[in-house]
Design a protein around this ligand. Structure first.
Ligand code: MF3
Ligand code: CO
Ligand code: CO
Length: 257
């Protein structure tokens, strides 16, 4: 395992890439309405990233992924492929996951959208999942471990009777999209790799309303769903570890930590 520590100069570039990824999520917000297709959301994001930001949508052709963003609706956990036949409707919950490359560095972030009249139980899953991400971010500083991060997420999720997806995790990020280390969303306190200044990684918890078990689509090879077809939610940020905490590189203006 090789963790690529970033220089101050690298972090400057990561800050730019992170801001661009966050800006895409802010830009797409008003387009997320009942009646729109996930294929249309992909086209709007692709155009914005390529033409306005002069950046590269990292998912496009990544290991054969066919689109520029991931759109994961309701019981889709992650890696949903945008499609012109997937029409969003009132009550849906949607994750949009954006990764851009700018000046060779990646910024990776996702958020949930609740469309129209969403059930209270669905809104609660979405909120608790975001709290898991925020609680994890709050403890990141040199000296803690990756196990501490996983533990905070697992405890908050399971306290609210949700299950934590284990097959997919956060990751080191920089010049490489999915780098070491793996950032698990469950774990034991004071276990695993120690965090040091200059590390950059994502935290991207996925919580399920039912069991934690997942199913990978045999048809497209990408779409990951809950095995029991109950709802799933995910939120993601890219972070840089500082001398006394961390900087959220993909912060949006609609958030306050
Ligand atoms: N953005 C996802 C992540 O958080 C990865 C998407 S890879 C793709 O790591 F190929 F599915 F786009
Ligand atoms: Co990621
Ligand atoms: Co992502």
């Amino acid at each position: 395992m090789t963790i690529h520590l970033k220089t101050a100069e690298d972090i400057c570039k990561m800050r730019v890439a992170g801001k661009l990824a966050a800006d895409v999520l802010e830009m797409i917000g008003p387009h997320v309405q009942p009646g729109v297709t996930t294929g249309e959301l992909d086209r709007v994001c692709h155009k914005y990233i390529v033409e306005q930001q002069q950046a590269i949508p990292a998912p496009l052709n990544y290991n054969g992924f066919p689109k520029s963003i991931c759109t994961s609706v309701n019981y889709v956990i992650c890696h949903g492929i945008p499609s012109d036949s997937k029409v969003l409707k009132s009550g849906d919950i949607l994750n949009i996951d954006i990764t851009v490359i700018k000046d060779s560095f990646h910024g990776d972030t996702s958020k949930m959208f609740c469309l129209g009249e969403t059930a209270d139980h669905a809104k609660r899953l979405v909120r608790i999942t975001q709290e898991c991400l925020y609680k994890a971010i709050a403890i990141v500083k040199p000296g803690i471990t990756l196990g501490d991060i996983g533990h905070v997420i697992q405890r908050h999720g399971e306290t609210h009777n949700y299950s934590i997806v284990r097959e997919y995790c956060g990751h080191g990020i920089g010049r490489i999209f999915h780098d070491d280390p793996q950032v698990l969303h469950y774990g034991e306190p004071n276990s695993g790799t120690h965090i040091v200044e200059g590390m950059t990684f994502t935290i991207e918890p996925m919580l399920n309303a039912g069991t934690r078990y997942t199913k990978l689509s045999k048809t497209d090879g990408w779409t990951v769903t809950t095995k029991d077809r109950r709802l799933s939610a995910q939120w993601e940020h890219t972070l840089a570890v500082t001398n006394d905490g961390c900087e959220v590189l993909t912060m949006r203006s609609d958030e306050q930590l």
